[in-house]
Design a protein around this ligand. Structure first.
Ligand code: MN
Length: 225
């Protein structure tokens, strides 16, 4: 059963800016939201979240996704998150659960192959991603749980298709490090910098330029008369 009990129990909502959230829409069986949040906590990782049953099923991908099918990335399943979390970008205070900076690194829709509930139960989920950065087919494969492990370890693996890359090709994580939401780097988010300069600083300039243009037109017209 999907639920947010564990999500709520881990956080103090008066202290962190993360959303409390609630169980949301079940989503469309063929296409639901996905997000990947770059999370600079104790250790940098990338949180993959797939909308299912009104929550975001979540995995902490320790080294981040790789477009190279041979590069299997450890994905530790973590607590379900609310759908509202997909918009969260900012800093979780030090000492709080997950303390550190969170960036919306990629987002879009995901399309499971077959019944995702069956896939999750049997430990093999196949799906397509239609994001800004990530595309094509992916596998999540659950590994056998060892006696002392509290959480399920999965592997995130790129499928062989047009969106796949060869070993030695550019690393998407290095190539596209910025937020798809605000265009900021992790450092800029940490420093609470406003959204990219074009949105904050140059807007007034553009307005001034427009005003000047209008004024010039008016004087031109006046001269003609
Ligand atoms: Mn995380």
């Amino acid at each position: 059963m999907a639920g947010l009990g564990r999500y709520h129990a881990k956080r103090r909502f008066g202290v962190t800016a993360e959303p409390r959230g609630k169980i949301g829409k079940r989503g469309n069986a063929r296409s639901s939201a996905f997000v990947i949040q770059k999370h600079d906590a104790t250790r940098l990782h990338y949180d993959l979240r797939l909308q299912l049953d009104g929550v975001m099923k979540s995995w902490a991908v320790t080294r981040g996704p790789s477009l190279v099918p041979g590069e299997k990335r450890l994905a530790v399943q973590v607590e379900d998150h609310p759908i509202d979390y997909n918009k969260f970008e900012g800093t979780i205070p030090k000492g709080e659960y997950g303390g550190g900076t969170v960036m919306v690194w990629d987002r879009g829709r995901w399309h499971p192959k077959g019944d995702p509930h069956r896939g999750l139960a049997k430990g093999h989920l196949s799906f397509q991603l239609a994001g800004t950065k990530l595309h094509g087919g992916w596998h999540l494969v659950r590994m056998r749980r060892r006696p002392n492990e509290k959480r399920d370890n999965w592997l995130l693996i790129k499928q062989h298709d047009d969106a796949a890359r060869e070993p030695g090709d550019k690393d998407i994580l290095v190539q596209k490090p910025r937020s798809v939401k605000t265009g900021r780097t992790l450092e800029e988010i940490t420093q609470h910098k406003r959204k990219i300069k074009s949105k904050s600083k140059s807007k007034p300039k553009r307005k001034v330029a427009k005003r000047k243009k209008r004024k010039a037109k008016r004087t031109k017209r006046a001269k003609r008369r």
